[in-house]
Design a protein around this ligand. Structure first.
Ligand SMILES: Cc1cc2nc3c(=O)[nH]c(=O)nc-3n(C[C@H](O)[C@H](O)[C@H](O)COP(=O)(O)OP(=O)(O)OC[C@H]3O[C@@H](n4cnc5c(N)ncnc54)[C@H](O)[C@@H]3O)c2cc1C
Length: 537
């Protein structure tokens, strides 16, 4: 395949899709290339917090103000991916007493709205919180579902006239003299090579940005900062809870969908594709959770996972101390390599602003003046709703009220209320037979039973769908392989938290899949590993 475009974006995370949306809205012929599926990178493995800015007010005031501004803006333009949980900064007995006053003053300076409330009021709203809190500030934190956000953004790129190619891995940057003129790579689904020429290339590959820049002969030091998170079985809190102390490990608890997530750790790793979850990280997060919610360790931990922060490191600092701010790199002035810009660092919360700066710089490079309109453009279709269990339940119950409208839709994943028709419409839209893609699109298998009862049903639906809806054909090795990969991925996340209730639940899943269904004996074919395998976690 050979193509050409005006703006080519490498990386389909929040930053790349944000830039694709912005560039397409400004009228550029735009193409986004992503080596995996949507939310394959860090954007799909983050803590889920739309920052109020409070976390950064003392150490990184510029990031704090930027978060506060973007938080307010994203609520307006992307409401169906955001749950307005609100947030608390709460001082536990283990936190430094003098931090609260510094925090309050810094919030004022950075224009981060923060309002001190009586501890009793906070405890009334969040009864599981530590009763010995000394001070509590209310802030404008929210939870943002990145799977939903990225699906919306990809749709917005396309609606604005741009294109998004998933499973297209860039392996080479093409140059004419010193100038970057295009890329070459491989379509992972078909194995077909591609070459794409562009007037300008934007490197938005997050923690991989150093590797991508290296293909153009530029040195960009991005330190992958690994962060581990643990999903607890239920919403222990309905408000984002931050510890009132300088940022450190395990100091934030975020209610996300049906679970709550404690995180994170932060350790620099040499390679964004090679990292493991260590026992000490799980122990530390569970211990810190105890400070916020006494008895935390008695609750069921569902699974642990990790992501890698794309920390830009011009100086070699410790990864917790490195700025979360973004940096825009013009490789023409920096390295003598025209045709390539990189956006590195930053946060999910600030993706829109980062994209704006990047596309502003692209306009300057291409000598055109086109105004950014993303701050005033709704990303989603009108009427789109936040992906919550009550919304899904209401949709399921509607036909029951009036049975003439349509037959009831069978529920395939009970924990997340995913129905057969939702699965079929996702398969129709993505064209992907991969169970993990269904998980990212619909949250299938992400609830309390961790796919104990839905993965094999969904695999059957996938097989039917991609075999002309036949149920009698021979066993499909591709579906089998995908089922095994999906289960492997689920179990990989459960393994680090295998004790007590989690261990019992995992044993149940193992008995169902191994002893009742015999998944280990299903026929598969090795060469089907053409799809990118999931990262180690
Ligand atoms: C543990 C953790 C918790 C976090 N919590 C929060 C939080 O609560 N709130 C917040 O605002 N931020 C948070 N962040 C930060 C935030 O997640 C990231 O800054 C943001 O998601 C980065 O987005 P991105 O698009 O730059 O990178 P990514 O999402 O990683 O996207 C880069 C993409 O480039 C693709 N790519 C790489 N190489 C190639 C190639 N050769 N060809 C094609 N594609 C390629 C990758 O597959 C990837 O999908 C957290 C980060 C971590 C690690």
């Amino acid at each position: 395949m050979k193509l050409s475009t005006e703006i080519l974006i490498l990386g389909g995370g929040a930053t790349g899709l944000g830039a694709g949306w912005d560039a397409a809205l400004r009228g550029f012929k735009t193409l986004v290339l992503e080596k995996g599926d949507l939310a394959h990178g860090t954007s799909g493995r983050y803590h889920g917090l739309l920052h109020s800015g409070g976390r950064y007010v003392i150490r990184d005031p510029q990031s704090a103000s930027e978060c506060a501004h973007e938080n307010a803006l994203l609520r307006k333009i992307m409401p169906s991916a955001i749950e307005d949980t609100g947030g608390y900064f709460a001082a536990t007995p283990a936190d430094p007493a003098d931090y609260a006053d510094q925090f309050a003053a810094a919030c004022k300076t950075c224009h981060v709205p923060a309002n001190e409330i009586p501890v009793t009021q906070a405890l009334k709203r969040e009864p599981l919180l530590n009763p010995n809190l000394s001070r509590v500030f209310e802030v404008q934190d929210a939870a943002c579902d990145s799977f939903d956000a990225l699906h919306l953004l990809a749709g917005a790129v396309k609606s604005a006239g741009g294109e998004v190619f998933l499973r297209h891995r860039v392996t080479e940057i093409l140059k004419s003299g010193d100038r970057v003129v295009g890329v070459a790579g491989e379509a992972l689904k078909t194995g077909e090579p591609f070459t794409i020429y562009a007037d300008l290339i934007l490197n938005c590959s997050g923690a991989w940005a150093g590797k991508v820049a290296e293909m153009a002969g530029c040195s960009v030091k991005v330190t992958p900062g690994k962060g581990v998170m643990i999903a607890m079985n239920s919403r222990l809190v309905n408000t984002v809870i931050n510890r009132l102390k300088p940022p450190s490990d395990g100091d934030i608890l975020v209610p996300v969908g049906t679970v709550s997530v404690i995180g994170t750790t932060d350790t620099a790793v040499p390679d964004p594709d090679k990292y493991a979850i260590e026992d000490w990280e799980v122990d530390l997060l569970m211990e810190e959770g105890e400070q916020l919610v006494p008895g935390f360790k008695e609750h069921r931990a569902l699974r642990a996972w990790a992501g890698v922060r794309p920390l830009y490191d011009p100086g070699g600092a410790d990864s917790r101390l490195m700025s979360r701010a973004h940096a825009l790199l013009d490789h023409e002035t920096r390295d003598g390599v025209p045709g390539l810009l990189s956006m590195v660092g930053g946060k999910f919360t600030t993706f829109r602003h980062m994209a704006q700066l990047l596309v502003d710089a692209a306009c300057a490079k291409l000598n055109v003046e086109r105004k950014c309109v993303t701050a005033d453009t709704l990303i989603e279709p009108p009427g789109a709703k936040l992906h919550t269990l009550p919304n899904r339940l209401a949709a399921l119950e509607r036909p029951l009220d009036d049975p003439t409208t349509r037959p009831p839709d069978p529920v395939i994943c009970e924990c997340e209320l995913v129905t057969r028709s939702q699965i079929e419409s996702s398969l129709r839209e993505s064209g992907s037979p991969i169970l993990n893609d269904l998980r990212r699109d619909l949250r299938l298998g992400m609830g309390p039973c961790q796919a104990g009862f839905c993965a094999y049903r969904a695999a059957g639906i996938i097989r039917e769908y991609f075999n002309d809806h036949s149920t009698t054909g021979p066993p499909d090795p591709l579906t089998n392989f995908q089922l095994l990969q999906f289960l492997q991925e689920r179990w990989k996340g459960e393994r680090p938290v295998m004790w007590g209730h989690s261990l019992r639940s995992l044993e149940l899943d193992l008995h169902i899949y191994h002893n009742i269904l015999g998944v280990q004996n299903l026929p598969t074919e090795r060469e089907m590993e053409v799809y990118p395998t999931e990262k180690t976690s």
